[in-house]
Design a protein around this ligand. Structure first.
Ligand code: ZN
Length: 223
């Protein structure tokens, strides 16, 4: 997910400071360099189908998680799900300094989500605009639950659980959706959905195999 250009940017910079400590928990084997992976774009089938449960917590999983942190960082994202790097597994990473007492960055494997009720009000185009690294450049308003509880596992198979509110809750919901084959653009109200589909068509998306490369291609959100 992309940070809001309006208010979340300072949080992202704070998140950078704590990023190094996250790596201490996610140390890959010493003979291996972390890799920035290409990010899949709208139309790539792995983005649009339900990802499968992780069954084995091994070095391969931990290497993937390390690469996902690296890729999210290179893309200036606040979160990244495995289908966005072409892997249909139930894993996402986030990097978001929060007031909820959760670590400022982390990984959730096989997460389960509990949400508060989502308001039926029209989303605020200034305060509730979302973006997605797999729908590069687009930002559209969407209502989300204000509160979420997430339970899952880290890369070692240890239980992880925390609550999230506000924008942090939005990040968690956005990333979780990816594991069910859903992008935020699938949830937009009609008028924004039409705009998003127009953008996709104009960009030539909606077909398999499209990716972009963080750190190589221009940052689609101008960060
Ligand atoms: Zn996304």
């Amino acid at each position: 997910m992309q940070p809001s250009t309006k208010e979340a940017a300072p949080d992202i910079r704070c998140g950078l400071l704590s990023f190094a400590s996250a790596y201490l928990h996610e140390t890959p084997p010493k003979d291996r360099y972390m890799t920035v992976l290409p990010i899949t774009i709208w139309g790539e089938p792995v983005l649009h189908r339900r990802a499968s449960e992780v069954e084995v917590f091994d070095d391969e999983l931990r290497n993937l998680i390390a690469d996902m942190f690296e890729t999210n960082d290179a893309a200036n994202g606040v979160g990244l799900a495995a289908p966005q790097v072409g892997v249909g597994k139930r894993i996402f990473v986030y990097k978001f300094a929060n007031d909820d007492g959760a670590p400022p960055s982390g990984v959730l494997v096989n997460p389960v989500l509990t949400l508060s009720k989502i308001s039926g009000a029209v989303p605020d185009p200034d305060e509730e605009e979302e973006g997605c690294l797999s729908f590069p450049g687009g930002q559209y308003p969407l209502k989300r639950a204000d509160w979420a509880r997430v339970k899952g596992f880290d890369g070692e198979g240890q239980p992880v659980e925390f609550e999230a509110t506000g924008w942090f809750a939005r990040v968690i919901q956005h990333e979780y959706d990816h594991l069910d084959g859903k992008l935020y653009v699938n949830r937009l109200m009609d008028r924004y959905a039409r705009k998003a589909m127009k953008q996709a068509k104009k960009s030539g998306w909606g077909v398999p195999g499209l990716t972009w490369m963080p750190g190589v291609d221009p940052d689609p959100f101008g960060h």
